[in-house]
Design a protein around this ligand. Sequence first.
Ligand code: PEP
Ligand code: MG
Length: 773
Amino acid sequence: MALLWLDDVTAEDFDSVGGKGASLGELTSAGLPVPPGFVVTAETYRSFIEETGIDEELFEAVDVSVDDSQALARAAERAQELIQETEMPDSIREEILAAYDSVEDGEASVAVRSSATAEDLPDASFAGQQETFLNVTRSDLLDKVRDCWASLFTQRAIYYRQEQGFSHDVVNIAVVVQLMVDAEKSGVMFTSHPTTGAPQAIIESAWGLGEAVVSGAVSPDKYVLDRETGQLRDATVATKKVMHVRDEETGETIERPVPEDKRDEQVLSEEELDRLVGLGDEIESYYGDPQDVEWAIADGELYVLQSRPITTIDEDAEEVEGASNGVGDVAGVADGGAAADSGGGGSAGDGNVVFSGIGASPGRVSGPARIVRKLDHLDKVEEGDVIVAEMTTPDMVPAMKRATGIVTDEGGMTSHAAIVSRELGVPAIVGTEQGSETLHDGQVVTIDGDKGTVEQGDATGGDEREPVEEVRPQAPVKPMTATEVKVNVSIPDAAERAAATGADGVGLLRMEHMILSTNKTPERYIADHSADEYVSEIVDGVRGVAEAFYPRPVRVRTLDAPTDEFRQLEGGADEPAEHNPMLGYRGIRRSLDRPDLFAHELAAFRRLFELGYDNVEIMFPLVNDAEDVLRARRLMEQEGIDPDKQDWGVMIETPAAALGVEAMADAGIDFVSFGTNDLTQYTLAVDRNNGRVADRFDELHPSVLKLISETIETCREAGVATSICGQAASKPEMVDHLVNEGVTSISANIDAVRDVQHEVKRVEQKLLLDNVR
Ligand code: PEP
Ligand code: MG
């Protein structure tokens, strides 16, 4: 039996129909209006490879050393070819086509999706199998089913199974074939308030297919209804500029402008809202838990496309939130107040405060101070210690992971200590100017990473505030925003934590931290090991992050370390001595000057793309003009990367780059990202690392804001996406400015993501309201 109808599927059929098939089957058997369809079972895939006799050749083909990227690429190609080019046995073919013909007399447009059956394997082992083909018709149905089967053997999937010791011949795959719903309206619904669990249906809706709402391409209408009385408690009608529809000719989903007269029209009628509330009731009582539902309306019929449990309800939130009915505050976190930038020299107003500095990573903890000097053995830092150092260096990262807190004499919010401690979730205070002189080894101190204070003794009263895990839950309710909110990552070890913030992707992955952590300059690393190992070092670092976020995009920046940072590493003695490293040999300048070394970074990108990480994007730092961009583009092409196929872009860090962005857009970039740490230093001529002029370092200076506004406008006209990944992205005033200017995304520090999400939401709602009024 090659297939199972969704009507007949039960939870017991998981092994045959996979996760997606089982969940759709369950919804169908609950009597919910699910578009009809069937599942080509996992056993069918098995019979296909066995009956046709390709199984042995298939498993032999993928038995390769996955560290040999060429062999891996050949293996994936061969395996996929075998599946795609082998005819299906007649019995299977006939059964699938007969089922299809009975859906809508052989005229149906269907969605064909792979459905993974090995849920007990980590996600990664199934990576690459999220194949979905929309608007499939009879003529290509069998090919698409085989394409779904072949997705078991992408490079990425082979790599992961091999790495994790799973045999290729035990994994199976099912394929769901389901009638397409050509929706006139669609959206999402929380069947209960996602924080308090109150019986309120919270509905978002827009014209056309649901992708526009789910992807944030459109600001949807929002309604809050009392599920017990059915009363509408709140409605916000948005201006809906675009809609996703099916292209009549190609059958593909395309974005179209919403006709003028429908833009400000309320999408859902009262009667439709009633039906949705009723549906919410039904789904919630079937599952016994609040659900997050995707729905669509086509030809007046209401359909459920997907339902997942809401896992974010906070039992304690009800009292506080009781009366709340706005969608904007669904997470129960007060609006505004994006991450505090304590700006240095915090004062706790407490007699115990010994000294203070810049609160660089939040949380309040205590422990014995461990003074670490340059040549110290880092083994002396034990679990629970507070590291006290002049400045942290890349080789300290393992010790920083063990530490309970970090205090440095030097550095600001963008220093190594600040970036790494935030990502590790270790409270930190930087720029104290005296920590390593004032404190002594073993002295117990309490540090407050929000206020920036160091106190004598254990002043936590046993009530330590860990930074992220406690204050901001690991699975936060992500407010829905049209502006994407991403996260910055520098150390791959922080990937999982960063992904758990619910960020829409990584807006900046700094490659230099991966190199610095080897404690060798690139030249030295290659001399001691090999160019291939250097490439692998980069591939491995990026892959960890790309995997944790997949399919969310990860923007990886090519190397950008000033010579003074390289000088601290092995091989650093050969670095040029520069008067002002910040104006010197760094970023794209260095890369263009050393195309031989730069080629290795680009080779790493190529390898990642070959491995299937199509979510990786390339970003070039410190470009000044279109010439820089075109030269980088040519090197990309020489390395076999097609700039028209991969997303790539540049940092806007110099006034020259901001003023010359139009020509850079012509060079083919897909995006720009404001590096406000550098853009501010170069616009105001204020060295970002010089404490003496720190009070003049102002990212909100009108000149910086003007450069940003004009760049966004030019980019919008040129169809180039805009983003920010400098430290200022965590400031509410900057978020306000950027959202008002129409920035595409904002990438914040890991500890600020949640606040920025809420700030973005607040500003977007204000914009909508201003529009309506
Ligand atoms: C910036 O300049 O704002 C930036 C994000 O880059 P970096 O801090 O690494 O120079
Ligand atoms: Mg920079």
